[in-house]
Ligand binder design. Structure first.
Ligand code: GLA
Length: 407
């Protein structure tokens, strides 16, 4: 354990273990570099897509002009690979000077001028996942830089984080509080600890959001694995989501290369049900209209951003042939007695799954029944009694999403 950590353990931890920034009262929304642009350093041959100030400024422009900002996407976040390989002689982190020639403060000012907020990435170990300087031994100094630059969100990764990693996050939380600046704190240590991680009460006190599942990649297989992890709900982690603190199943891949329209609906719809942070990864300069419309769908976003801030729970699941499961999910909403419900057909069988279900099967109890409105298209499906069958057909990997309001 380094001296700094020891010092804070001895004197300060008892008063610092709570993040105190008043942020993320609903799940944060934005765009993040990682899933689509990764660690592309090749600005010479690929100037449009390498990790650079230009990429971030391009995305900020699109977020402002194409309706994303208006829909609620406010953070724009750098991920790994923005740094220079070395700190300067005083130990201060530097951005790569060729790719970020004007520095991070300039970029933050630009992003702020668009009415958006800038997120950045650090790592709690000696090095980031891609080998750039980590923040171990430099926590206080790095927070100073974040503050000077005008950063609004920090994703703190944990590659190479040792046994003192969680303490490092606590120290980081202390210094973030000290800045008086509102810096949302996204923590990765539950994901680094893996399925054994159990201290959701602790992480919910310390972080505005936390990764707990595997990294998303551009594949339905990954999206569905994350959904399955969320259905297992180890240590009842869904119960620890709420205003100011959220489970984070990783970025949206809507608009990227691998998902069908139905799969895109499923990821976006389920992430809304999970009260998940909604961070897009797609190249906003080049996105299909259908994906853009989905990402801007006000009704789905309203489910995600519902101020009650309760995460959906799985309430039933059954097989559709031997090709996978169909699952039902419920998320209570702020408006008294209302809920969002989702039915996800995770089966790969060619014929659509026939659904014959009642609202009672979702655990709903209002004897007078409910008005049912499908969410993606906004179609009113009518009043339903508690035990009245709802008949649907859901195609492979697609999701039926609806809200119900008691009559
Ligand atoms: C880890 C994280 C990813 C991304 C990469 C960057 O894998 O889980 O989200 O930040 O590191 O190297």
């Amino acid at each position: 354990m380094d001296f700094q950590t020891l010092f804070f353990l001895m004197f300060l931890i008892p008063v610092v273990s709570c993040l105190d920034n008043g942020l993320a009262l609903t799940p944060p929304m934005g765009w993040m570099q990682w899933e689509r642009f990764r660690c592309n350093l090749d600005c010479k041959n690929d100037p449009e897509n390498c990790i650079s100030e230009k990429l971030i400024m391009d995305m900020a422009n699109r977020m402002e002009k194409d309706g994303y900002k208006e829909a609620g996407y406010t953070y724009i976040s750098l991920d790994d690979c923005w740094m220079s390989m070395e700190r300067d002689s005083q130990g201060i982190l530097q951005p790569d000077k060729d790719r970020f020639p004007h520095g991070i403060k300039y970029l933050a000012d630009y992003v702020h001028s668009k009415g958006l907020k800038l997120g950045i990435y650090l790592d709690m170990g000696l090095k980031t996942c891609k080998g750039y300087p980590g923040s171990k031994f430099y926590i206080q100094r790095d927070v100073l830089s974040l503050n000077e630059w005008g950063i609004d969100m920090l994703k703190m990764d944990c590659c190479g984080g040792g046994s003192d990693m969680v303490t490092g996050y606590e120290v980081m939380g202390f210094f973030l509080n000290q800045t008086g600046r509102h810096i949302a704190f996204s923590c990765s240590y539950p994901a680094c600890i893996g399925n054994l991680f159990s201290d959701y009460a602790g992480v919910a006190q310390l972080c505005n959001s936390w990764r707990n599942a595997i990294d998303i990649t551009d594949s339905w297989d990954r999206v569905y694995k994350v959904v399955q992890f969320y259905s297992l709900n180890f240590y009842n982690f869904s119960g620890f989501a709420g205003p100011g603190h959220w489970n984070d199943p990783d970025e949206l891949i809507v608009g990227d290369y691998s998902l069908s329209d139905g799969q895109e609906r499923s990821q976006f719809g389920m992430w809304a049900m999970f009260a998940s942070p909604l961070f897009m990864s797609v190249d906003l300069r080049d996105i299909k209209t259908s994906s853009r419309n989905l990402l801007l769908n006000k009704r789905v976003i309203a489910i995600n951003q519902d101020p009650l801030g309760v995460q959906a729970q799985i309430v039933w699941q059954h097989p559709w042939t031997d090709q996978g499961m169909v699952s039902g999910w419920v998320k209570p909403l702020m408006k008294k007695g209302s809920y969002a419900i989702a039915i996800l057909n995770g089966s790969s069988y060619g014929m659509p799954a026939p659904i014959n279900i009642t609202l009672e099967d979702f655990g709903l109890t209002s004897e007078g029944g409910y008005n049912l409105t499908e969410t993606f298209e906004g179609r009113f499906l009518g009043p339903y009694k508690l035990k009245e069958p709802i008949l649907l057909k859901i195609h492979a990997h697609d999701t039926f999403l609806a809200t119900v309001v008691p009559l």
